[in-house]
Each structure stands twice: as structure tokens, then as C-alpha cells.
Design a protein around this ligand. Structure first.
Ligand SMILES: [Zn+2]
Length: 143
């Protein structure tokens, strides 16, 4: 188990993190206008409706942008250097910041297909991280 910090859910994000403990990455949708988003919120960020639901994501996604860290800003990340944090867009639309696991950060490309993995933290928490989806890459090259 990693000693990286565990999430600290609040009343708004509690359901999000509980679903992740079950292996389900989810985002929120609005029953009134159909908007989809992350991170979790009490009301729809578009129309302010409180009629919001969680929906599971497939985890299929793409990399929009990223930063490669060569210095650990938390001691628990020192053994992971260099590590990558990216802005990920789920195929369902919502975006989130997450760790990106890869052999060589120099090989990352904007728009690269990613898939979801879950990283264990203390107290049973699972944190979403993404890895290059090599199968999706092969499909793209066949086009
Ligand atoms: Zn809405």
C-alpha cells in the first residue's frame, strides 16, 4: 500500500469517493439540462438545478495536457519521480486532474488514449490514475 495521502471527502464528495472504493469512477449529470461534470457539486454548474445524479464512467479517456514533476512536493512521492499529473477528459465529457502512469513521460502525446486504473490508499480509498491505452492506439493506427 502506498503512503501517498488519502482523499479527505467532504459532504459533497463523499458519494464520489465511496463509489471509487467499489471500483467505480463516476461523474455527475443534471436531470434538468443534461450537463455532465466533475468534481462533484451540490448543484448543476450550468443551470443550478439540485436534481443531480452520479453515473459510472467507462474510464476510457484522452490526455488533454500534463506536467512532469521532477521534484516531490510531498515526501510520499519521492520514490515516484519523475511523475506525471494530467488533465484527463473522459469519453463521456467530464474532465479531471489525475496521475498518469507511463514508462517514459517524454512519450506522452496530446490526445493520447488513456484507460483507468485505481491506486490504493489508506482506509480503503482508491484513487483514479490513468495509463496509456495501447489497444486504443493500435485501433487508431488501423484507421
Ligand atoms: Zn443543469
Amino acid at each position: 500500500m502506498s503512503h501517498k495521502p488519502a482523499p479527505q471527502p467532504d459532504s459533497i464528495s463523499q458519494a464520489y469517493w465511496e463509489r471509487l472504493k467499489q471500483g467505480r469512477l463516476s461523474y455527475q449529470t443534471c436531470r434538468a439540462c443534461g450537463q455532465r461534470w466533475l468534481p462533484p457539486a451540490l448543484i448543476c454548474p450550468k443551470c443550478w438545478s439540485s436534481e443531480v445524479d452520479f453515473v459510472d464512467s467507462t474510464g476510457q479517456s484522452r490526455l488533454l495536457t500534463w506536467a512532469t514533476y521532477h521534484r516531490a512536493y510531498h515526501p510520499a512521492f519521492a520514490d515516484s519521480l519523475p511523475y506525471v499529473v494530467g488533465l484527463v477528459e473522459l469519453c463521456e465529457g467530464p474532465r479531471l486532474m489525475a496521475g498518469i502512469r507511463c514508462d517514459d513521460p517524454r512519450e506522452l502525446r496530446t490526445g493520447a488514449a488513456l484507460k483507468l486504473e485505481l491506486e490504493s490508499r489508506e482506509n480503503g480509498f482508491l484513487v483514479p490514475v490513468f495509463v496509456p491505452d495501447l489497444a486504443a492506439k493500435r485501433e487508431n493506427h488501423a484507421d
